[in-house]
Design a protein around this ligand. Structure first.
Ligand SMILES: Nc1nc2c(c(=O)[nH]1)N(C=O)[C@@H](CNc1ccc(C(=O)N[C@@H](CCC(=O)O)C(=O)O)cc1)CN2
Ligand SMILES: Nc1ncnc2c1ncn2[C@@H]1O[C@H](COP(=O)(O)OP(=O)(O)OP(=O)(O)O)[C@@H](O)[C@H]1O
Length: 266
């Protein structure tokens, strides 16, 4: 299978002092390790690194009180949304303030409340190794989390009773929603991650599971400060980058896919 990727939006975009001309198409095989595409891929990964540095700078420059207002606005939008209220099982990230990620603690604490306020089943990331392997494990308390080597809170593989935590890839029921972190997004669903490939790899595996089981795919909802939403064409993508269904920013929900329009009641 072959896919086509535009290198830039309608207007030329200057990244790293180089003009990415509009309407130039980059032909890529879905096999990213194909020798013929190595140079193209290296160029894309370089552009991603440059963009990550720029976005990290932008995030650092946001006034902490304005960031905290955005954190509250984003979480309140989600907490009040029918698609969130009706969800039974979710995957969510444990936000890191050092990484200036949109806060998720208000969401997590509500999800973990007993019913009717909460009562949802929650799975959170645990990095297993440096080869892009991340599992989503079930937790029932915030206290189930411990800081890893990157100073991000994550669950131990076993709970306090010594029982293995349920891995969402082994679960018998599908998750309804995945709340995703990221460095930058656009209104076409492109997402720039932190470069580990953890989410893209996990999302690919979860997509395969939903297809095998004939489950409805979960809504992929990314949480984004206003400053992280970039113009279309600025975020470089490869064939392994998974598009999100919707963004939630302080301005509201931005539905992108038809699944988002159908399921988010907008
Ligand atoms: N809260 C949260 N949990 C997550 C992720 C995430 O992005 N956010 N991940 C998503 O993959 C996985 C962990 N991957 C990570 C990848 C990089 C960094 C990090 O600290 N990056 C630094 C730069 C480090 C460097 O360049 O050497 C940074 O982005 O500033 C953290 C987590 C799983 N858990
Ligand atoms: N489905 C996949 N299977 C194997 N490797 C993958 C997959 N998806 C991405 N990768 C690899 O992970 C590495 C990082 O990819 P990329 O820079 O796109 O990560 P990212 O999208 O920023 O990170 P993340 O997905 O963790 O948010 C690349 O080497 C990429 O080839």
């Amino acid at each position: 299978m072959t896919q086509w990727y535009t290198r830039a939006a309608a207007k030329g975009v200057v990244i790293s002092g180089q003009l990415w001309q509009p309407n130039r198409l980059l032909r890529m095989s879905t096999n990213c390790n194909n020798d013929n595409n190595r140079d193209d891929l290296d160029a894309i990964f370089k552009q991603k690194r440059v963009l990550r540095t720029q976005v990290r700078k932008t995030l650092k420059a946001i006034d902490p009180s304005l960031r905290s207002q955005q954190d509250n606005a984003i979480q309140d939008i989600i907490l009040g949304a029918p698609w969130f209220k009706s969800s039974l099982r979710l995957c969510a990230y444990i936000s890191s303030s050092a990484l200036r990620e949109v806060d998720t603690f208000k969401l997590l604490s509500q999800i973990l409340q007993p019913p009717p306020t909460g009562g949802k089943k929650l799975y959170v990331p645990r990095v297993e190794d440096k080869n892009s392997n991340m599992r989503m494990l079930n937790i029932s308390r915030i206290d189930d989390l411990v800081a890893n080597s990157m100073n991000i809170l994550e669950p131990d593989p076993v709970d306090a009773d010594g029982n293995a935590r349920e891995d969402v890839l082994q679960a018998n029921e599908p998750v309804d929603i995945l709340l995703l972190p990221g460095l930058a997004f656009d209104k076409s669903g492109r997402r720039l991650g932190r470069g580990g490939g953890y989410y893209d790899t996990f999302l690919k595996n979860y997509q395969e599971l939903t297809e095998t089981r004939n489950w409805k795919p979960p809504l992929l909802v990314a949480l984004s400060y206003s400053q992280q939403i970039l113009d279309d064409g600025v975020i470089p993508v490869t064939s392994t980058d998974v598009l999100v269904d919707a963004l939630v920013s302080p301005e509201g929900v931005i539905p992108i896919s038809s699944a988002a329009f159908n399921r988010m009641d907008l």
